[in-house]
Write a protein that binds this ligand. Structure first.
Ligand code: AMP
Ligand code: ZN
Length: 455
């Protein structure tokens, strides 16, 4: 069974076997295209789902769509991201949000991220948030102020800070924007409801306005998944304040710990700098396609690193991933021509053990490369093994079957073998001569770190 690093307990924990598991993933704020860094965070949730589903667990996943309430500074001040961008683009917030929601769905589908069972939009679930806020007020965890705001009373939740380590007594006012907001009882309190008029506002018992971003995830997760959630995922930057606030709200309302395991994906860097819109260091999935690369090269490049390590992406790593992808698809097509054989059990077990070991995908890929090279394994067995493991990798490794000229022209296989031996003997002039001979037969040979590949 899967073992995964739990940010709150700060150790690798076993996910207890169960017939069904519930997972919540903090979804996108739909005011712009998701960059590939964002997409890395969503891959984490897809991997957890795929690994557990292979073990016959039924996964129920909820991933919200934030189309209101997420302010520019991620806290209690600044403009609403959707509203501000809608003004800049000269369209209505709803139109803008639907446009980027569709784009997000297209991107996640191109990366083979399985669609969540529930994708509630914030603007369509205001009633759930109002209900939750009313409950928190009634329980004494939240308070209203005369301007129509509602704040969560942080000091009523003493275990605040367990996920990120930012405990209330250590949080200095200066660490929070709005530190000296006179409406708050305590500087670390946060808004559940904000007074406002105009588009994207709703009437409530405490006045007209819109919800805070953090309350959205609590309301949706409690409604769509219930008060016992097995896994909650998001990018590492969401640990604080977003997930601390969410935990305080959900646990206060439920009266117990709602989320069993908090799991966070580390950031993606591009050319050595964090990928972020604010610094202009952004690559979109469409940029990858425009460069002539398969979008799934991004997925493979991500899998080469464990989700909780920072990783640096470059165009070179993307091109290398694209080459590996093409080679594996060609190999799978080639192996599909051989008589079928049972899976290479040892290799498959090692790969699956790596998946289970806190999603150690780099090790899983190393084992696959070993299997690819192992001449003692029948091609039919390699075929079965790669296809089986592709249920988690989701790299569409069978996509070239029936398409590729998987059959080498007569004599080419021998030349390839001879060239392989020449390469191993470092006889480069023979290798070059054999490459020319193969080219004359219409077979193009390329050398890769994993050995020679042909097309
Ligand atoms: P947003 O749409 O800005 O709320 O972000 C969506 C998700 O992407 C969140 O889970 C963030 O933590 C995550 N995220 C943002 N930047 C990066 C990055 N450079 N690498 C990985 N994940 C990121
Ligand atoms: Zn969230």
């Amino acid at each position: 069974m899967l073992r995964i690093y739990d940010t709150r307990t700060r150790q690798v924990e076993s996910i207890e076997p169960a017939r069904a598991l519930r997972m919540y993933t903090c979804g996108p704020t739909v005011y712009r295209h998701a960059h590939v860094g964002n997409l890395r965070s969503y891959l984490l949730s897809d991997l957890i789902r795929r690994v557990l589903e292979r073990q016959r667990v039924r996964m129920v996943v909820c991933q919200n769509i934030t189309d209101v309430g997420h302010l520019v500074d991620d806290a209690d001040s600044g403009e609403d991201k959707v509203r501000r961008q809608a003004q800049a683009e000269g369209r209505s917030p709803a139109e803008l949000a639907r446009h980027y929601e569709d784009a997000f769905r297209a991107d996640t589908s191109a990366l083979n991220l399985r669609p969540p069972e529930h994708t509630p939009r914030a603007s369509e679930t205001i009633d759930l948030m109002v209900e939750l806020i009313a409950k928190l007020i009634e329980q004494g965890h939240a308070y209203t102020v005369p301007d129509g705001s509602v704040f969560f009373d942080a000091r009523t939740f003493p275990s605040y800070g367990e996920i990120s380590g930012n405990r209330l007594d250590a949080l200095k006012p200066a660490h929070r924007i709005n530190a000296i907001d006179p409406r708050k009882r305590f500087h670390a309190d946060w808004a559940l409801w904000k007074p406002a008029e105009g588009e994207l506002t709703w009437d409530t018992p405490w006045g007209r306005g819109f919800p805070g971003w953090h309350v959205e995830c609590s309301a949706m997760s409690l409604r769509f998944l219930g008060e016992r959630i097995d896994i909650h995922t998001g990018g590492i930057d969401l640990r604080f304040p977003h997930h601390e606030d969410e935990r305080a709200q959900s646990d206060s309302a439920a009266g117990h710990e709602v989320v069993r395991h908090w799991v966070h994906g580390e950031h993606l860097l591009f050319d050595g700098r964090k990928m972020a819109k604010s610094t202009g260091n952004v690559v979109l999935l469409s940029d990858v396609a425009d460069a002539g690369l398969d979008p799934l090269a991004v997925r493979l490049a991500f899998l080469e690193h464990r989700y909780r390590h920072q990783m640096n992406l470059t165009w070179d790593t993307l091109r290398a991933a694209d080459r590996t992808l093409r080679r594996w698809r060609a190999r799978v097509a080639e192996w599909s021509e051989s008589p079928s054989a049972p899976m290479a059990a040892g290799y498959v077990e090692r790969t699956e053990a790596a998946f289970d070991d806190d999603l150690d995908t780099p090790t899983a890929l190393r084992v696959l490369r070993e299997l690819e090279r192992d001449e003692s394994v029948a091609p039919g067995a390699k075929f079965e093994s790669f296809l089986h493991l592709d249920q988690v990798l989701a790299l569409e490794l069978s996509s070239e079957i029936g398409k590729a000229p998987a059959v080498l022209p007569p004599g080419a296989a021998e030349l390839l073998q001879e060239r392989d031996r020449a390469r191993q003997a470092h006889d480069w002039s023979a290798a070059d001569r054999l490459r020319d001979e193969l080219a004359a037969l219409g077979v193009k040979v390329t050398d890769t770190p994993e050995g020679q590949a042909w097309s």
